[in-house]
Design a protein around this ligand. Structure first.
Ligand SMILES: NC(=O)c1ccc[n+]([C@@H]2O[C@H](COP(=O)([O-])OP(=O)(O)OC[C@H]3O[C@@H](n4cnc5c(N)ncnc54)[C@H](O)[C@@H]3O)[C@@H](O)[C@H]2O)c1
Length: 325
């Protein structure tokens, strides 16, 4: 089995790739290294060697929004036992608010191009990393897969457009599609996100931590190890057709204030936390969300860790990563 992972040098991909290698699968990782890091790919090659799978990791540097580069990256693959994990996207949400073309290119066009290549190659299985951002701002309501999708960021809009294009492709040529709506995901190797931002800020100035917004934003968080467990759990059900799953803990989430305090206590306990104003970190930020995950629990998977547990564990891991240990 060959697993193609787009955005294969990124954070979630690294953790997914490791688990797929443990299962003995082969991997083709494709990434333009805009945010992903070659050292993660090298670490995966080393890992494959240590578990006796040294021939099993291929890497192609390619911009998937560029058809010619994508075609070239896939040109050597001439086999049918292929599953595609489509994880590449713009992960800098404020950048997409500033310039809508960022998400058009790195979140939607990549999906559109990938679907065309899958059609040409006759590949029929796709797993897609979508997001809670497709729902938009529903206040305190628990979100189910049936909740209204009214994104308030370009990132969320282009993820929703990607879901729609994938749904249409499922009617035409794909046989098996899983759409995973991720919550906020934390862990290592961290490439972005609130914990990493706070650590970087405290490294620049250990006396004060400036927080975007008033700290009351409250969202569900999942540790990446549990996210991958859930993705593989759904994949192993081998469902035919098109399926959408919220993946996350079923709790009300953690506030940004709690996260700031957890990072401050770990990194620089005497630092003062300075909050901004308003309950959004940036335009398009959804101030609160939590998931109803009944659909996932009905097929036998529930998160063991709460949002608070996931944050606590990730603060420890990301601090260690940033200290180069
Ligand atoms: N981490 C989270 O909290 C979270 C939450 C919801 C959804 N997601 C989704 O999960 C997926 C993985 O996210 P992540 O946190 O690992 O982010 P990440 O930035 O670490 O990984 C994304 C990868 O895509 C690559 N990429 C971007 N544009 C590309 C292009 N045009 N061509 C080729 N490669 C390109 C980047 O270099 C990066 O390595 C993304 O689709 C993201 O939208 C993540």
């Amino acid at each position: 089995m060959l697993n193609i992972i787009t955005g294969g040098a990124g954070f979630v991909s690294f953790n997914l790739a490791k688990c797929l290698l443990d299962r003995g699968d082969e991997l083709l990782l494709i990434d333009n290294l805009s945010r992903g890091r070659l050292e993660y790919v090298e670490a995966l090659v080393d890992y494959a060697r240590t578990i006796g799978n040294s021939q099993k990791v291929l890497f192609e540097k390619a911009d998937i929004s560029d058809v010619a580069q994508l075609k070239f990256a896939l040109s050597s693959i001439d086999r049918d036992d292929v599953e595609v994990w489509h994880l590449c996207a713009n992960s800098d949400i404020p950048a997409g608010v500033e310039d809508a073309s960022v998400d058009l290119r790195d979140t939607f066009l990549v999906t559109y191009n990938l679907l065309n290549e899958m059609k040409a190659k006759g590949w029929k299985k796709l797993h897609f990393s979508s997001t809670s951002a497709v729902y938009g701002d529903h206040g305190v309501e628990y979100l189910t897969e049936e909740s209204r999708t009214e994104p308030i960021s370009n990132y969320g809009a282009m993820k929703l457009a990607s879901e729609a294009a994938i749904r249409a492709a499922c009617e035409a040529f794909l046989d098996q599609v899983n759409v995973f709506r991720f919550p906020n995901v934390v862990g290592v190797p961290a490439t972005h996100g609130v914990i990493l931002d706070f650590i970087h800020k405290l490294k620049k100035d250990s006396t004060v931590l400036h927080v975007l917004g008033n700290g009351t934003q409250c969202k569900a968080y999942l540790h990446v190890s549990e996210l991958i467990e859930a993705m593989l759990w759904i994949r192993d059900k081998d469902f035919k057709g098109y399926h959408v799953y919220n993946i996350g803990p079923e709790d009300l989430g953690v506030t940004v204030k709690n996260i700031a305090e957890a990072v401050r206590d770990y990194v620089s306990p005497s630092a003062h936390i300075a909050f901004g104003s308003g309950n959004r970190g940036w335009v398009g930020d959804v101030p609160r969300f939590s998931y109803k995950v009944d659909k996932l629990s009905q097929i036998g998977w529930t998160a063991k860790y709460s949002s608070t547990d996931a944050i606590r564990r990730a603060v420890n891991e990301i601090s260690t990563q940033e200290n180069g240990q």
